[in-house]
Design a protein around this ligand. Structure first.
Ligand code: B1M
Length: 221
C-alpha cells in the first residue's frame, strides 16, 4: 500500500483523529485521519482504495481487541478517527443521479451499537442512486416496521456485528414477515453468513457493500 494510505491505516489503528487530538501521545502534533484522508483525496487516490486503507486499520483494531492488547476506549478512539476520514469520502460516493432507483431502509439491529460498516453500506447504496433512510443503531423491530409502512416497495437492510445481536436480527425478520410477508430483506455484518440468512428467512446476504448494490440493481432492473 502507498505511504499515505499506510499512514491513514495507522491513524485508524491507533485512534489518531486529527492533528489537534492529543491521543495517542506518541503521535502528538502529527496529522490524523482527518487531514490524511483529505490529502489522499486531493492527491487523486481513488476513494475505494482510501476506504480499503481505513478498513485495514480497523481490522488491526479488532485483532488487538481479541488479543486483549487494547480495550473499549481505544476502539472508540479508532471509531472516531474512522468517522472523521469517512466524512471526507462521503461526497465522493454520492451520485449525481437526480431520479432515485428505489428506497433502502437500513439500520443496525436492536442491542448493537456498531455503525461503521452499516454507514459504509449506506454510503455505497446512496452513491448508486438509491434513497437511503438510515435508522441508526439499536433499531427495534417496531422501528423497521413503522418505516416500511411509510415506504411501500422499499428494501430493508439490517446490520449486526455481535453474535449476541444476531438473534435480534432473526426476531426483526419474524416481526416484519408477520406484517409484510413479501418484504425484501437484505442482511450483513461480520458474524452474519449466507446460511444464517437462509435460516432466518431473509432474502439476501452480502459480505460487503458491493454485493448489496448488485442485488438492489437486479431488483430495480
Ligand atoms: Co466492538 N466488537 N464491541 N466496538 N468492535 C467487535 C465487533 C468484535 C468482533 C471485536 C473483537 O472481539 N475482535 C467483538 C464482537 C465479538 C462477537 O460478537 N463475537 C466486539 C465486542 C465484543 C464489543 C463490545 C461487547 C465490547 C464491550 O463492551 N466489552 C461492545 C458492544 C457494544 C454494543 O454494540 N452493544 C463493543 C463496542 C464497540 C465500540 C462502540 C467501541 C466500537 C464501535 C463504534 C462504532 O461502530 N461507532 C467497536 C468497534 C470499532 C469494533 C471493531 C474493532 C470494528 C468494527 C468495525 O467498524 N469494522 C470490531 C472488530 C472487527 O470487526 N474487526 C468489533 C469495520 C467495518 C468496515 O466492518 O462492520 O464488518 P463491518 O462492516 C462490513 C461488512 O461486515 C459488511 O460491509 C461492511 C463494509 O465492508 N456489512 C454489511 C456490514 N453491515 C452490512 C449490511 C449489509 C451488507 C453488508 O446489508 C444490509
Amino acid at each position: 500500500m502507498e505511504e499515505i494510505l499506510n499512514n491513514l491505516a495507522r491513524c485508524i489503528e491507533f485512534g489518531k483523529t486529527d492533528k489537534a487530538s492529543a491521543w495517542p501521545p506518541d503521535m502528538k502534533e502529527q496529522d490524523g485521519a482527518d487531514e490524511i484522508a483529505l490529502r489522499a483525496l486531493e492527491e487523486g487516490h481513488p476513494p475505494d482504495r482510501i476506504l480499503e486503507a481505513l478498513i485495514t486499520g480497523m481490522e488491526a483494531v479488532g485483532r488487538k481487541f481479541s488479543e486483549n492488547k487494547i480495550f473499549v476506549p481505544q476502539m472508540l478512539m479508532s471509531a472516531k478517527a474512522m468517522k472523521a476520514a469517512m466524512a471526507h469520502l462521503k461526497p465522493a460516493f454520492e451520485s449525481g443521479t437526480a431520479r432515485r432507483k428505489g428506497t433502502f431502509v437500513i439500520g443496525t439491529v436492536q442491542g448493537d451499537l456498531h455503525d461503521i460498516g452499516k454507514n459504509i453500506v449506506a454510503m455505497y447504496i446512496e452513491g448508486n442512486g438509491y434513497e437511503v433512510v438510515d435508522l441508526g443503531v439499536d433499531v427495534k423491530p417496531e422501528q423497521f416496521l413503522a418505516e416500511i409502512g411509510k415506504r411501500p416497495g422499499c428494501v430493508v437492510g439490517m446490520s449486526a456485528l455481535l453474535t449476541t445481536t444476531m438473534i435480534n436480527m432473526k426476531r426483526t425478520v419474524e416481526v416484519i414477515r408477520d406484517a409484510y410477508p413479501d418484504q425484501v430483506i437484505c442482511v450483513g455484518g461480520a458474524p452474519v453468513t449466507e446460511k444464517f440468512c437462509r435460516d432466518i428467512n431473509a432474502d439476501f446476504y452480502s459480505p460487503g457493500p458491493q454485493g448489496a448494490v448488485t442485488f438492489l440493481n437486479k431488483l430495480a432492473s
